[in-house]
Design a protein around this ligand. Structure first.
Ligand code: ADP
Ligand code: MG
Length: 686
């Protein structure tokens, strides 16, 4: 494959605006241009006699200009009369330049393209495309592609660049004969067809991507995806990790005995799955998924206990300081009585305290290190890290996961990796993107929970809601009030939360009302959280800092203001803060209309289901896989052409072929991945 940039980019010494725009679209290699497919097509392959052009049709006509004048009444309009053998059509230009008048001067022959309307004076076209022609100027031989472009990237420029890239790209058939699903064309033929369809092409099959040329492209893409996943899986199998086994009568058994509750069956099952992975000499790469409140923390603690029992260290990393601190408290409560030493490492641990923690991690005296991103900084060394646990893993990027894995570099070993998430990955996505990931699922909530009922109200009902809060608080309930996220400005976010706090403090005179937001110092946050968990504080006004992990079982009412501004999984996470005790809980979603369609879909989904898996499935429907995955696959290319639901037959074929290809034609497999994923292939493996 040629890695040379397309000619348009190679010739100019300094990058022009269109070149930069092309880079921004990811158009770097020849193959990138070849794979930049038209959004739609224009038909310049035929000329329609004016008399045959019907209202509403997009047509190309050709004729001689018989009149060209500027209408000065009111707004200046350029009016051009064009005549062919059959009839005439009036062209109107509201924006025009002197060059228009030159090309469209009386007596000139022009080809125009646009939508036919019936105006007062007969047929009209408003702002048609036009070009000067001779009697014998040939018509286009194929449909004209219209590409996804941008303001600084003119269509004509991009067309040339794509045509050049397509010509130069290495499109050799990589797949052995007989493996491509029947009746699909070669990649080269498919791409040539899609960029330059013949005049008789069926536009509908090109538009809905059902044409065999499209099918071939999707198959290629899915195959590359599957190949890269299997490659990653096989490479991982060659790596080594310490084999970690719990001792009989050791830490794990002592922890289980000390817990104030018995594990649910689901917790037992996933703990067993994790223990089996840990006992192997290959690094575990497992995702533990379970709805909010399903009890993932204790499963993490048990995994840590296995590692520590076997004489290794464990690191636990959480995306926010609040969440890390909750883990820390919980794990200290469970594990310190068993004689373990736990270090605490976040950005706000500084100076001597920090040095002490760093030393404890480096000399191995701390068996468990809990913290935020601070845990993966270069300065942090471990004596021997056997297991790394990442909570809310979708909040971390690929690079951060890689950094954790490198923490055991000295011994040619990698630590085991356990990722946890309350946002389950729908099955279709798991099959496609996470073939390389083992998944354990907690599908059962601890006993004694009552489901949260969710109600949606327009903002006009705000006062009724506040009255309801007054009643509930008087009865001893605790309440969360979540303030909206204002993306443009953190400061506005804050002033909004502060105002709401003042308003609710006034409404709840005599009760303690707290405020929690992202700008507070960690110590302040901790103090507020302590008051709320202790029960003295009745109402907590918070920005989304409470989104993950906060655990106050007595809280039974949550109000989310401007719920339309939150994403579906975020709403579900927030709602998971209530319904943790025996009390029947309520979540109120206040919205300000008008709602967009996706806004409506999200709120409806929240009202209709409490099930995290169903929420994830609907979220995928609403947003599509690209958005759904978010930062999880940062930098990695998602499927551009294939659609997991629609193309499941092609996906099956690709899943079937990928391992065979890797075994029997490894070179072809490698080229296939490089062609589609380029440098991103490496990234997909993290
Ligand atoms: P999440 O999966 O959202 O991280 P947590 O681990 O925070 O959930 O658990 C939620 C709450 O449930 C915690 O208070 C935890 O101590 C409690 N819990 C976990 N497992 C059980 C169980 N088997 N029985 C009773 N309570 C449990
Ligand atoms: Mg949790």
């Amino acid at each position: 494959m040629s890695d040379a940039p397309a000619s348009a980019a190679a010739k100019a010494p300094a990058k022009s605006l269109p070149q930069k725009a092309m880079e921004k679209l990811g158009l770097l290699r020849d193959i990138d241009f070849a794979l930049h497919l038209p959004l739609r097509y224009e038909d310049e392959t035929r000329v329609t006699p004016i008399a045959d052009a019907h209202e509403g049709e997009h047509v190309q006509c050709e004729g001689e200009v018989t009149e060209c004048r500027v209408d000065q009444r009111g707004r200046r309009v350029l009016i051009v009369r064009l005549q062919d053998d059959s009839d005439e059509v009036l062209l109107r230009f509201i924006h025009f330049y002197p060059s228009h008048q030159k090309t469209l001067a009386v007596g000139k022959r022009v080809r125009v393209r646009g939508e036919i309307r019936h105006g007062f004076f007969g047929r009209e076209m408003v702002h048609p495309q036009f070009k000067a022609v001779q009697e014998d100027t040939p018509l286009a031989a194929s449909l004209t592609p219209v590409y996804p472009a941008s303001a600084s990237l003119p269509q004509a420029y991009l067309r040339k660049a794509v045509a050049a890239g397509l010509k130069r790209a290495d499109l050799r058939e990589l797949l052995p004969p007989g493996v491509v699903p029947a009746k699909l064309p070669s990649l080269r033929d498919a791409l040539n067809y899609l960029h330059h369809p013949p005049p008789q092409a069926q536009l509908s099959t090109l538009e809905d991507h059902s044409h065999p040329a499209w099918q071939r492209l999707k198959f290629e893409e899915l195959l590359a995806q599957q190949l890269s996943q299997i490659q990653a899986q096989r490479e991982r199998a060659l790596l080594h990790a310490p084999a970690l086994r719990a001792k009989a009568g050791g830490l794990v058994e002592r922890l289980l005995a000390a817990l104030p509750f018995a594990l649910t069956e689901a917790q037992q099952r996933v703990s067993e799955e994790i223990a089996q992975d840990l006992a192997h000499g290959q690094p575990m790469h497992r995702l533990l998924q379970g709805d909010v409140g399903s009890g993932k923390t204790v499963v993490a603690a048990l995994a840590a206990a296995v590692a520590i029992d076997a004489g290794w260290q464990c690191a636990l990393m959480a995306p926010t300081e609040i969440l890390a601190e909750q883990h820390f408290k919980k794990l200290v409560g469970w594990l310190e009585p068993l004689g373990l030493k736990i270090a605490w490492l976040t950005g706000s641990v500084k100076g001597k305290a920090r040095q002490k923690m760093l030393d404890a991690a480096a000399d191995g005296s701390a068996q468990l290190v809990i913290g935020t991103h601070a845990v993966i900084e270069d300065k942090v060394k471990f004596a021997q890290l056997g297991l790394a646990i990442i909570d809310e893993q979708h909040r971390f990027g690929v690079a951060q996961r890689l950094a954790l894995r490198k923490k055991l570099a000295s011994q040619k070993l990698e630590p085991h990796l356990l990722m946890m998430s309350a946002t389950p990955i729908p099955r279709t996505l798991a099959m496609t993107y996470f073939a390389d990931l083992a998944v354990s699922t907690i599908d059962e909530l601890p006993p004694g929970r009552s489901p949260v009922s969710t109600r949606v109200f327009a903002d006009a009902k705000r006062w009724n809601v506040i009255e309801k809060i007054q009643e509930e608080v008087a009865r001893g309930a605790q309440v969360y009030w979540v303030c909206p996220l204002i993306e443009e400005s953190e400061a506005m976010d804050l002033s909004n939360a502060t105002e709401t706090h003042a308003e609710l403090s006034a409404a709840l005179a005599g009760f303690s009302v707290g405020l929690l937001h992202g700008r507070m110092a960690p110590a302040e946050k901790a103090a507020v959280m302590a008051q709320f968990s202790g029960g003295e504080m009745k109402l907590l006004v918070a920005t989304t800092v409470i989104e993950v992990g906060v655990d106050v079982p007595n809280a039974s009412l949550m109000v989310i203001e401007h719920a339309e501004r939150f994403g579906l999984s975020q709403l579900h996470q927030l709602r998971g803060r209530v319904g943790r005790g025996a009390k029947a809980s309520v979540c109120v979603l206040l919205y300000t209309g008008p709602l967009s369609q996706t806004g409506k879909d999200r709120l409806r989904a929240m009202a209709e289901t409490n099930d995290g898996f169903e929420i994830a499935r609907r979220d995928l429907d609403i947003r599509g896989p690209g958005e759904f995955m978010g930062s999880r696959q940062s930098g990695a290319e998602l499927l551009r052409f294939a659609d997991l639901q629609e193309d499941s037959a092609l996906l099956q074929a690709a899943r079937h072929l990928a391992p065979l290809l890797l075994d029997q034609h490894p070179e072809a497999a490698h080229r296939q991945v490089a062609r589609w994923l380029g440098a991103k292939a490496e990234f997909l493996k993290a």
